[in-house]
Design a protein around this ligand. Sequence first.
Ligand SMILES: O=P(O)(O)OC[C@H]1O[C@H](OP(=O)(O)OP(=O)(O)O)[C@H](O)[C@@H]1O
Ligand SMILES: Nc1ncnc2[nH]cnc12
Length: 232
Amino acid sequence: MRVMCSSNWLFRSAVSGTLSSFPSSRFPPLLANSTASSSIRFLNSPPLLFSASLRVSPQVTTMASKNAQDQDPRLERISSAIRVIPNFPKPGIMFQDITTLLLDTKAFKDTIDLFVERYRDQNISVVAGIEARGFIFGPPIALAIGAKFVPMRKPNKLPGEVISEEYSLEYGTDKMEMHVGAVQSGERALVIDDLIATGGTLCAAIKLLERVGVHIVECACVIELPELKVQP
Ligand SMILES: O=P(O)(O)OC[C@H]1O[C@H](OP(=O)(O)OP(=O)(O)O)[C@H](O)[C@@H]1O
Ligand SMILES: Nc1ncnc2[nH]cnc12
């Protein structure tokens, strides 16, 4: 399971769809769960995508929940709290709605805690949150790990000077912008969003940050839609 960005960044997510070993150290869940490591090309020490991977298509949810329960009891509650709305915003899209997760105070807190446990000791100075739903999960993580929060916004929202990057979506195209001066070269960043589908959004965020010399420690999402990932 992999995503090749146009920038040649390669992501790999937790193939098993669980958080099986993620708290134990930095990257093992991704490496340990890979079934195709030899065919995956790593280019210039890429950041690994950490997806708190709650697989969400109906049949996979059940499987992920079962696996997750074996690993960390918090995952099943988180997975169950995410609602799926068919045919939104377009016919054929199974929309993963995290607003129901936000209504469940325990599941929401557990979600933040899982990320904080993973990232608190990694010397991260920047949490970059992707509009819109990365703005929900990013700030509490940033506060908890002592990092600043940098919004990665849709076009024409930021008032200052920006750098921008265009990207493709499951249902359209978009552009992402970041304030010039929000981050400094050499800083270590975590990129947060609610969901990875094709990976185009995360790739755009990485490109923006790297253009100004930021090191991406990891990208973190609550949900992955593995069937949509672009294969190189
Ligand atoms: O992996 P990808 O294929 O790039 O898709 C993932 C992105 O799509 C969704 O945002 P959306 O573009 O719908 O924006 P919104 O949250 O502002 O509605 C989601 O929140 C991610 O940011
Ligand atoms: N299926 C989906 N549900 C929610 N957000 C998305 N972004 C891209 N695809 C999505």
